[in-house]
Write a protein that binds this ligand. Structure first.
Ligand code: M6R
Length: 615
């Protein structure tokens, strides 16, 4: 889960790579480094810390010259974050230099072999093993860099996106991928290599995404040469025109990406249903579903696999799909599913949910489900991502780039897509009446306006944040469709503020968590006016009689909870199954403001990365 950037062309490579690394910092930020070739030698600087620390180090040590270079921002897997373990890494001769995102699983065995042959290692990384393996192969067989990389990668078990260059042939970068993303930006007389397209958007809109087990020899003097790593088969490069622009990946006046993305939700939800939700015609149109309708309608059950926030969206979908489509739904952590020999066959439909489309566990779960014969449908945000390519069919969320490590708009847009799917299937299956179907379409179309209204509670959530920012624990309670929202609220708080938080179904409180409640415990309760309202009110009473502090998310006009809770945040009335799209917003704002008040790094919380491409 690191970010990699490379450049070869006519510009100064340093500013291109540095800015690129800043954009990729969401992928990892415990150390960073850049290697530049200035026509004479490789200039390397690397450091523990952020890209800003690297920039400072460069300015103090090195004149950043050269139009060939590679850079890396790291999320440590092998070896602690320190200067030595940071990338790029040199081979023993000093001729080859590499950046790597991923894990070489058999690195220890390879390392021992190389040590026997006289190689030495200064870092604890698997990457330094790989670059020396390439060097060993190159030297012993007199091979060109591309061929040596290919032979080495055929000996490697694991995942990688790499970029390598050889000081002896400074017109070329060799890149390859297996399990970690890699995009090549194709400009006029220049190429960019990056984990996603954001580092090169201001230079070119043309990109080639490498597929798994492909490598590219990127040369200034030859056309882009892409081949299969295993059998050396040539692949003709598919150059895509990118539709995202620079503005979409910048902060646009907000202090943090997370806040920008919270406020983008009305727009993002609209983008998700645009062209799919046709209220006037009374239909939902989703190509990925229409083309595979029989698969869905004949499915004995639907299994949802995902991780983190996407798993929470899956839980919301379980409630929605079972309610509307009357088909059993199971929601699984992809990381568990992939290793537990699940009972699954070709009568199952698997829905894989992932913002990044690169999460290693979700990808592995998809592969397993496919092996067992299931039809796999993806719900992804990142267009062209590994998951979107690995699945049999799918639907994009169209939320636009999400940079903040804490997912916000990804969650609401995933729920939007999954609601559209549920409604479409219910219509096809006849499990929803025409009147209800239309009512849901109309209401879903109004959600962005209602989200806008909820966003107005920001000042109130800020005031509440100021009161509770110093607590050590938080509880989140919800029921039914809003139980997963409680889980999501707790996840948001812990990941960016480092306050311990737990989400629970409200009625489970009496089976344990109630023991935690005293005057120091704030409890966020989703107490909107639906089926379980009276029961949730009783839970609130139980908390109050134990002196807990209640922050309640209620339906506009509520008076009962208002009379008991310490704080209430109102959301507009909507259909119950759509309510998670509204109730989640104040919880996002609350965790955001608590983290800001605690002076935490909201967009890049410690130990986390946006896209978890390792197990
Ligand atoms: O890209 P994905 O949706 O597959 O990512 C899954 C999780 O890693 C992700 O949701 C993570 O839990 C977020 N940091 C939550 O805010």
């Amino acid at each position: 889960m690191c970010g990699i950037v490379g450049y070869i062309g006519h510009r100064d490579a340093y500013p291109v790579i540095l800015k690129g690394l800043q954009r990729l910092e969401y992928r990892g930020y415990d150390s960073a480094g850049i290697a530049l070739y200035d026509g004479l030698e490789i200039k390397l600087s690397k450091t523990k810390g952020k890209v800003a620390d690297l920039e400072l180090k460069f300015s103090q040590q090195i004149e950043p010259k050269g139009s060939l270079g590679i850079g890396h921002t790291r999320w440590a897997t092998h070896g602690i974050p320190n200067d030595t373990n940071s990338h790029p890494h040199f081979s023993n001769s000093g001729d080859l230099v590499i950046i790597h995102n991923g894990i070489i699983e058999n690195y220890e065995a390879l390392k021992q072999e190389l040590i026997k042959r006289g190689y030495h290692f200064s870092s604890d990384t698997d990457t330094e093993v790989l670059i020396n393996l390439i060097e060993d192969i190159q030297k012993n067989n007199g091979l060109k860099l591309g061929k040596a990389v290919q032979v080495a990668l055929n000996q490697v078990i694991g995942a990688y996106a790499i970029a390598v260059f050889d000081i002896k042939k400074p017109n070329e970068i060799v890149a390859a991928r297996l399990g970690s993303p890699l995009a090549i930006g194709v400009g006029e007389g220049e190429f960019f290599i990056a984990s996603d397209a954001s580092p090169f958007l201001e230079y070119t809109n043309n990109a080639v995404y490498l597929e798994d087990e492909e490598m590219a020899i990127i040369s200034l003097h030859n056309p882009l040469n892409i081949r299969k790593i295993k059998d050396d088969r040539l692949v003709s490069p598919y150059v895509q025109e990118l539709k995202i622009n620079l503005e979409q990946i910048e902060k646009g006046g907000y202090d943090h990406f997370m806040l920008k993305e919270i406020f983008e939700q009305p727009h993002a939800i609209k983008d998700t249903y645009r062209g799919r939700l046709l209220t006037d015609e009374g239909i939902i149109k989703m190509a990925g579903i229409e083309d595979h309708m029989a698969k869905f309608l004949n499915a004995n059950r639907i299994i949802i696999v995902a991780c983190g926030t996407s798993w929470h969206a899956g839980l919301v979908a379980e409630y929605i799909i079972e309610e509307l489509v009357r088909v059993p739904v199971e929601v699984e952590y992809a990381s568990e599913f992939r290793y537990r020999n699940p009972v699954i066959d070709n009568s199952d439909v698997v829905i894989a949910i992932s913002q990044s489309g690169e999460t290693a566990d979700t990808l592995a779960a998809i592969k397993l489900a496919k092996e067992k014969g299931a039809f796999v449908f993806g719900v992804c945000n990142v267009v062209g991502s590994s998951i979107s390519r690995e699945t049999d069919a799918g639907a994009y969320t169209h939320a636009g780039p999400e940079i903040g490590v804490a997912s916000t708009k990804a969650f609401t847009t995933q729920i939007t897509v999954l609601t559209l799917i549920a409604l479409r299937l219910a219509k096809a299956k006849g499990t929803i009446s025409n009147t209800d179907f239309r009512a849901h379409l109309v209401e879903l179309e109004m959600i962005p306006k209602k989200v806008e209204e909820v966003l107005k509670s920001e000042t109130l959530t800020k005031e509440i944040a100021a009161i509770y920012k110093d607590v050590s624990n938080f509880l989140y309670l919800g029921r039914g469709f809003n139980f997963p929202v409680a889980l999501e609220g707790a996840l948001k708080l812990k990941e960016i503020s480092y306050i311990h938080a737990e989400g629970y179904p409200a009625a489970e409180m009496k089976h344990g968590p109630i023991a935690l409640i005293d005057e120091n415990m704030p409890i966020a309760v989703i107490a909107t006016k639906y089926g379980h309202y009276e029961k949730v009110v009783s839970n609130i009473q139980e908390i109050k009689s134990r002196k807990g502090k209640i922050i309640a998310v209620v339906t506009k006009g509520d008076t009962q909870v208002k009379g008991i809770a310490d704080h209430v945040i109102e959301i507009p009335e909507t259909i119950e199954l759509l309510s998670p799209l509204l109730t989640t917003i104040p919880l996002q704002l609350l965790s955001y403001h608590i983290a800001v008040m605690l002076d935490k790094n909201v967009d890049q919380p410690r130990n986390l990365a946006k896209s978890v491409t390792v197990e």
